[in-house]
Design a protein around this ligand. Structure first.
Ligand SMILES: [Zn+2]
Length: 361
């Protein structure tokens, strides 16, 4: 283990309080009021005993101050923790959006990775560790999408409910990236019919953890799933507007394989399924030759991946006398800005498909 990793592990252990087992932490939460009251009485009693014993005014003042600080910090922790709602943390915006639609008013939902953030390369910051600590329940994609956070999730699972939404997707629907290994493509949100399994998984797990709200979650989930059904149908219709032999989607990294399978598009990414994988001159040349051979009009950049690789492909095409345009910036692994239509899952998918159809038809 390198020193840097060791320091990180130490910090993580400290901030997340790994030593507290899950059962104890839940028990503690429901009895927090009793614990706090007892702490208050105990502090007062000790204070009185000490004041009888100690004649030194300075020491008494110091002790009083320390007690006051402990009391304030206890009450602050309570305020941030509860206010009657479930604190749910999701890693990506897409998961956060599904959770918001299911839990609605019953929860405070935090999505860790905002617009333009690449989940493959994402590392948890100190601030994130606090958010993970404050969450009552955590949902993440899984299938190694959040590749640099897997260790954190494994440790958190000992402390609180932590669920990968991809667990709800039947293995038969998953795409294997390498036939010699059990590594699956994590970009399951791009086939809306597959994403519905992930949404149902969130609903199921929330219902299990909070049975009193189960019926409420079920009703909300059903409404959201109905919207996803309509979305799936409208994507099929829109893609059909592109002439059949021009249904080729070229992007910086291989995020759209599920999309291609579901909606009948040939898909090519310069990088592999993770932005961590490298690409070389040969990959660029091969893609340039493919674009020229198929007379492709437009290729796409992604909001969460650097434009550099796609620009290299465009330059390569120009050098060989084929003009290829940038068809737009697609939301691949992150949604659009908060508060906009693209900042929702429905908006992200619709906006992508609109750009693809406009550029290729
Ligand atoms: Zn990706």
């Amino acid at each position: 283990m390198r020193v840097r990793d060791y320091v990180f592990a130490m910090k993580t252990n400290h901030v997340l309080g790994w030593s507290t087992p899950q059962r104890f932490s839940r028990w503690r939460k429901s009895w927090q009021f009793v614990i706090d009251s007892w702490q208050f009485i105990y502090t007062l009693l000790t204070f009185r005993t000490l004041s009888g014993q100690l004649k030194s005014g300075g020491l008494l003042l110091l002790y009083g101050l320390i007690s006051l600080i402990i009391l304030i910090s206890c009450s602050k922790k309570d305020q941030s923790h509860d206010n009657g709602k479930i604190n749910i943390l999701a890693t990506t915006g897409m998961i956060g959006d599904a959770v918001k639609n299911i839990a609605r008013d019953s929860a405070n939902v935090v999505a860790l990775m905002g617009p333009g953030v690449d989940p493959h390369l994402y590392k948890a910051t100190q601030g994130d560790l606090k958010k993970l600590q404050n969450a009552d329940i955590i949902f993440y994609n899984g299938l190694h999408l959040e590749g640099k956070m897997s260790e954190i999730f494994e440790k958190l699972k000992r402390q609180k409910p932590v669920y990968p939404v991809s667990d709800g997707v039947p293995v038969s629907s998953l795409k294997v990236t390498d036939p010699n290994s059990n590594i699956y493509d994590p970009h399951i949100w791009f086939d809306v019919s597959i994403w519905k399994y992930a949404v149902s998984q969130i609903n199921e797990k929330l219902g299990e953890e909070y049975p009193a709200n189960k019926e409420y979650f079920n009703q909300n989930a059903q409404k959201y799933l109905d919207k996803l059904d309509s979305l799936h149908q409208s994507v099929i219709k829109m893609v059909n507007e592109i002439p059949e032999d021009e249904r080729v989607l070229i992007t910086a990294h291989d995020a759209f394989e599920y999309f291609g399978d579901a909606y009948g598009m040939e898909v090519k990414g310069l990088q592999g399924i993770s932005t961590m994988s490298d690409y070389g001159l040969k990959d660029i040349t091969d893609l340039v030759n493919f674009i020229i051979k198929r007379k492709i009009k437009a290729i796409f950049i992604e909001t969460s991946v650097s434009e550099r690789s796609i620009n290299a492909v465009i330059e390569g095409c120009t050098e060989k006398g084929h003009d290829v345009a940038i068809g737009g910036s697609l939301y691949s692994d992150a949604m659009g800005p908060d508060g906009t239509f693209e900042g929702t899952y429905l908006g992200m998918v619709s906006s992508n498909v609109q750009k693809i159809v406009e550029a290729l038809k």
